[in-house]
Design a protein around this ligand. Structure first.
Ligand SMILES: NC(=O)C1=CN([C@@H]2O[C@H](COP(=O)(O)OP(=O)(O)OC[C@H]3O[C@@H](n4cnc5c(N)ncnc54)[C@H](O)[C@@H]3O)[C@@H](O)[C@H]2O)C=CC1
Ligand SMILES: O=C(O)C1=N[C@H](C(=O)O)C[C@H](O)C1
Length: 266
């Protein structure tokens, strides 16, 4: 397989800097350029704390995606910019691998359609950690037998979107397995708004934000005389990198957009 040429958007972020370290260790991947909010025209190696890549930084995403010879864009930025970059990548024949969360359903549908039109593969994965993908699949399976379920997601306090992309995806998977129904007492009333969390067809999602946390989720099912908890913890961001690498390799053989790493796992 020939070398895969990658652009990284968000190289100074918590995830983007981890992605650069991953690329540095992979002989099959090379860094062609980065998209950042500042440092136009500088080399990645000039930026404190980043690996010694010669790749140039662009602040204009459109110019980067149009001019640079690249196969894949890895986007780890913010919901608004991630959506914009993904669209630009597809329009310029660069395959997006997107970890950025917080896209709306309408944005996802639009990107899926664009990917199909352009016959350019893409991966949008709300969680690249293999353990988290398994946690979501186990939760989907459990929902067949335990239709009453609440999701608790816990993240660091710098996170922009709530609920997390992982919680949204988990709820979508569970929706496939159960009928919508009210959970809890039919006369239940919140005396403090938000006490029961966000509602997805009766299923509740609770979001916790605290310093010290990385990324954690519990899916708790209740049945007659028993509960079942499916739980995953990312305790370091390197947990996401085998998934980013896998998606970067597999997207080369795709001509549609897949939403979730589970479609790429054997
Ligand atoms: N799919 C997954 O497995 C994971 C996804 N995430 C998601 O990845 C995204 C990034 O997360 P973190 O690295 O924790 O955030 P962060 O805040 O540490 O990094 C975001 C970076 O994006 C940069 N940025 C913002 N606007 C930009 C623009 N227009 N062009 C280029 N760069 C821009 C910021 O300067 C910052 O360096 C979030 O949406 C988060 O939810 C985070 C962890 C795992
Ligand atoms: O912002 C984060 O940190 C994370 N975001 C993703 C999400 O929203 O689910 C993945 C993981 O939970 C870490």
């Amino acid at each position: 397989m020939s070398e895969i040429k990658v652009i990284v958007a968000g190289p100074r972020g918590k995830m983007g800097s981890e992605a650069l370290k991953m690329i540095e260790k992979q002989p099959a991947l090379s860094l062609s350029a980065c998209i950042d909010r500042k440092h136009e025209g500088r080399k990645v190696s000039d930026i404190d704390g980043l690996p010694p890549f010669d790749a140039v930084i662009y602040t204009d995403a459109e110019a980067c995606l149009r001019q640079v010879d690249a196969d894949v864009l890895i986007d780890l930025t913010t919901p608004e910019n991630g959506y914009k970059h993904t669209k630009l990548a597809l329009e310029n024949g660069v395959r997006p691998v997107v970890g950025t969360t917080g896209f709306t359903r309408e944005q996802l549908d639009e990107l899926m359609q664009l990917s199909e039109e352009k016959k350019t593969g893409a991966v949008i994965a709300p969680n690249f950690a293999i353990g988290a993908v398994l946690m979501m699949q186990f939760a989907k399976w459990a929902a067949k037998h335990f239709p009453d379920v609440e999701i608790i997601e816990k993240h660091h306090d710098q996170k922009l979107d709530a609920p997390s992309g992982t919680a949204v995806k988990t709820a979508e998977l569970i929706k496939e397995m159960r009928e919508p129904h009210h959970q809890g007492h039919t006369d239940e009333k919140e005396t403090l708004e938000g006490a029961r969390g966000a509602d997805v067809e009766g299923m509740k999602i609770h979001s916790m934000r605290l310093p010290g946390l990385v990324a954690h989720q519990e899916v708790i099912f209740g049945g007659l005389g028993e509960t079942l908890t499916v739980k995953h913890d990312s305790i370091h961001r390197e947990s996401f990198m085998s998934g980013v690498k896998l998606a970067t390799e597999k997207v080369m053989d795709l001509d549609v957009l897949v939403y979730g790493l589970e479609y790429l796992l054997d």
